[in-house]
Design a protein around this ligand. Structure first.
Ligand SMILES: N[C@@H](CCC(=O)N[C@@H](CS)C(=O)NCC(=O)O)C(=O)O
Length: 248
């Protein structure tokens, strides 16, 4: 085994952005929290590492990755994990300059993910959704009316203006950023089916990219497998009908 991925069991969450890259590359990895306690896996093993007083570089929160080929080095933060894994998995742009462009896009995707999370937790992450429903509605409707269009118009423009053509977001070959864009669009479509109904009209290149990614043989097999947790209301992308509304 080469990599251990640490992320909460039972939801796609931010771990899914890393999982998609590992799956596309056919990497040798284990999803620690989903594993069996008898094999020193499971959520207990993840918590033990998070709280370990002996870990040289302790992570703050899942997801984090452990590279067993590098003495068990721990890499935290979704975008940073993908920046690290990209070249090793053949999913980074060729050449250093474009790797920073890819990282910039990945960080922008992370911003969009955080804003999607904040639609159902606008006041405090520690409060239940049920304790902040009114604010959530205001935040979600603003997200649908203003923030989703701003993010998606930008990503559509990135794809349209790619000097290497509009098949991939960066360069002329698949990168982890394309896989993450699939996940962002997939999550938004799940959470806000009404708000995203006109996506293919407004963002045709992005929707085509999403559909192409879903059809890649390893991704298609993964999406059908029981390794892909279904979208649910424990995730960053939650479908609460009362937060959804028609998009512009
Ligand atoms: N910026 C981090 C955010 C990590 C994060 O918020 N992880 C969540 C799960 S998706 C968590 O467990 N947070 C615990 C906490 O913030 O206390 C990333 O992109 O990886």
């Amino acid at each position: 085994m080469t990599y251990k991925l640490y992320y909460w069991d039972g939801l796609q969450g931010r771990g899914e952005f890393v999982r998609l890259a590992l799956e596309e590359a056919g990497a040798d990895y284990v999803d620690v929290a989903r594993g069996d306690e008898s094999e020193d896996l499971g959520t207990g093993a993840m918590m033990a590492l998070l709280d370990s007083p002996d870990e040289a570089h302790p992570p703050f929160a899942p997801p984090f990755l452990q590279d067993l080929q590098e003495g068990g080095l721990i890499i935290p933060q979704t975008a940073n994990i993908l920046f690290y894994l990209g070249p090793k998995l053949g999913l980074a742009p060729r050449g250093e300059p474009l790797r920073y462009v890819a990282n910039g896009l990945q960080l922008t995707i992370a911003d969009a993910v955080t804003e999607a999370h904040d639609t159902h937790h606008p006041l405090a992450s520690n409060l239940y959704y049920e304790d902040q429903k009114d604010a959530a509605k205001t935040r979600a409707h603003d997200f649908i009316d203003h923030r989703i269009p701003k993010f998606m118009r930008y990503f559509e423009r990135v794809l349209a203006q790619n000097p290497a053509g509009d098949t991939y977001l960066v360069g002329d070959a698949l990168t982890y950023v394309d896989l993450s864009m699939f996940q962002l669009i997939d999550g938004l479509m799940y959470a806000f089916p009404r708000g995203t109904r006109r996506f293919s009209t407004h963002y045709p290149r992005l929707v085509a990219l999403h559909d192409r990614i879903a059809e890649r043989p390893r991704i298609a097999a993964y999406l059908e497998s029981d390794r892909r947790t279904r979208h649910n209301e424990a995730c960053v992308f939650r479908h609460y009908p009362e937060l959804d509304k028609a998009g512009r």
